[in-house]
Design a protein around this ligand. Sequence first.
Ligand code: RFL
Ligand code: PHB
Length: 391
Amino acid sequence: MRTQVGIVGAGPAGLLLARLLERAGVDAVVLESRGREEIEATIRAGVLEQGTVDMLNECGVGTRMMREGALHRGIELRFGGQGHRIDLAGLTGGRAIMVYAQHEVIKDLVAARLESGGKIHFGVEGVSLQDVDTRTPSIHFRKDGAGERLECDFVAGCDGFHGVSRPTVPSRLRREFARSYPFGWLGILVEAPPSSDELIYAWHERGFALVSTRSPQIQRLYLQCDPQDALDEWPDERIWTELRARLATTDGWKLKEGRIFQKGIVAMRSFVVEPMQHGRLFLAGDAAHIVPPTGAKGLNLAAADVRVLASALAAFYRSGDEARLAAYSATALRRVWRAEHFSWWMTSMLHRFHDDDAFSLRLQRAQLEYVVGSKAAATSLAENYVGLPWD
Ligand code: RFL
Ligand code: PHB
């Protein structure tokens, strides 16, 4: 098998890269270790930045998102029993976010790729990358028990945090920056109408809570928990008790409850690898960096990476010029570190870190009051949340 760009991983990064390359006339093959049904059913992100929305529309995969997604022009910060609206659109010259589930984006990208005759090999095993520091890299894998070899000009490592691409870079040539947080998020999906028109990020002494949505019938809620907690420590009634307490307001606002049909716990970490390139291997998305989900940046950063990578690859195939490819890592890392900072900052402001640190709680309250009370501070949050301009 031979292609121009071998893409490892059919997450948002890999599938979007394949789509952008297809539009630029560059040939690619996508290798994914899981099955199509599984990747289309994995529940993860929900918030798309304005720029990500524009990108999906520009590459012709935005129709269902525009129909079924929900455009939000503001978010609420809730603390001390009161909500405070951050007017995202008003503070950013009309930019907004789209609430549309990651697995719906995946479904749209997979459908578009298969419809246009593009290749995705699902359920591949034993993927390994060979000779990525030469001009003739290849990817070895097994499909239906048979050994295969995909020869390519470039390899895009879009295989997430636990993939094989990042460890392919010799450890002496990469530097990793990491921070883990002493808490996780318990996420649930609920059959209920929305409790709010906009997302609610709630600070509370008992811990953080987040009200998001998926559709008029299905809501997505999160609450801070111990990352070591087992799901059976969180029976439905305990979840509702915590959510009610953390989201309570003094004006009688009521959380709409319903049947919980999905639960999961995720750990929270920040992580960056530098550089995001080794020879002809380019890392993109979670393979290269992780943010805690408080800033809703993970999927959006994956999209930003592949936007830079796709245009650099397209430039190479148009003119043979490798300068943009050589600049890929530095270009991508500038946005990555800005998003790392924003995600760390939102996380630090909104979560309970220790049981007995009254000083930190007061600092958080002072920061929250500043953010909702100062136009300059609110604008800073808003412009980061909707996504800073690409270039
Ligand atoms: P993915 O989505 O992990 O996809 C990687 C794919 O690679 C496959 N793979 C392999 N394939 C072949 N060979 C191998 N050896 C392979 N190893 C792995 C995997 O099966 C998978 O299909 O990475 P990608 O594409 O970089 O996308 C990143 C995003 O998925 C991630 O950043 C977001 O989900 C993060 N995130 C959020 N991001 C946002 O922008 N907005 C949000 O609102 C948001 N909320 C969230 C989130 C992540 C969460 N969790 C579960 C960590 C909320 C949560 C709870
Ligand atoms: C989600 O809807 O899944 C979601 C929303 C906002 C976040 C993280 C996740 O910050």
